[in-house]
Design a protein around this ligand. Structure first.
Ligand code: F6R
Ligand code: MN
Length: 191
């Protein structure tokens, strides 16, 4: 059944970068304690956690309509900081529906997206900053990394039924790590 415009409640949404909320939707927070095992330096992770269970990022998302061809929107705000020399980052995931692609639009701040193809295992580091757009193809694990000194805010747009698979990443993590060396981000192989 094709619905008319009047039946859609979300033809317009406001982005609130202060609250991290999209269209007034709730904000889900991810703290340092939620990313146990994700950072390369376990000792650095433990000592950061003992000092402060810092807020790493928040996500606020909405599904204006469900069904084939519909889209889901997510606002992410990733805070600046490091665990040892590794920049704050999101958990990262593959989409449950592997062919589902995603578009990221940078709204504020500077950072990168680390992409890793599930089949070829190729990695790519792509800039994500205010005014930049990153296309994440299907079958590609993606993680956002803040290399700046202010929050990195971005909008992700993806098929409504893409789903999130965190399992594979939680088990073996990404093959590369982004660390600071002499003030600059450097991509290294995970040891
Ligand atoms: C949705 C998407 C983003 C992330 C957000 C948080 O498919 O890619 O909205 O969900 O950047 O990262 P994760 O989900 O990896 O904790
Ligand atoms: Mn995604």
């Amino acid at each position: 059944m094709i619905k008319g415009l009047q039946s859609m409640s979300d033809l317009f949404s406001k982005i609130d970068l202060e609250k991290g909320s999209l269209g007034g939707r709730p904000v889900e927070n991810r703290y340092l304690s939620n990313l146990r095992g994700f950072f390369a330096n376990e000792d650095a992770y433990q000592s950061c956690l003992e000092q402060d269970n810092a807020l790493l990022y928040s996500v606020s998302s909405m599904t204006p309509a469900e069904g084939e061809g519909q889209l889901h929107l997510g606002l992410g705000v990733l805070y600046p900081g490091k665990v040892g020399d590794e920049y704050y980052m999101t958990k990262g995931h593959l989409h449950t529906k592997r062919e589902a692609a995603e578009v990221y639009v940078g709204l504020k701040g500077v950072g990168y997206m680390l992409l890793e193809h599930e089949v070829s295992q190729e990695s790519m580091l792509v800039s994500l900053a205010e005014g930049e757009v990153v296309y994440v193809p299907g079958y590609t694990a993606h993680r956002t990394i803040n290399t700046g000194d202010m929050p990195l805010a971005y909008l992700g747009i993806y098929p409504w039924d893409a789903g999130h698979d965190y399992g594979a990443i939680a088990e073996r993590n990404f093959l590369k790590v982004l660390v600071e060396r002499e003030g600059q981000p450097v991509l290294l192989d995970r040891q």
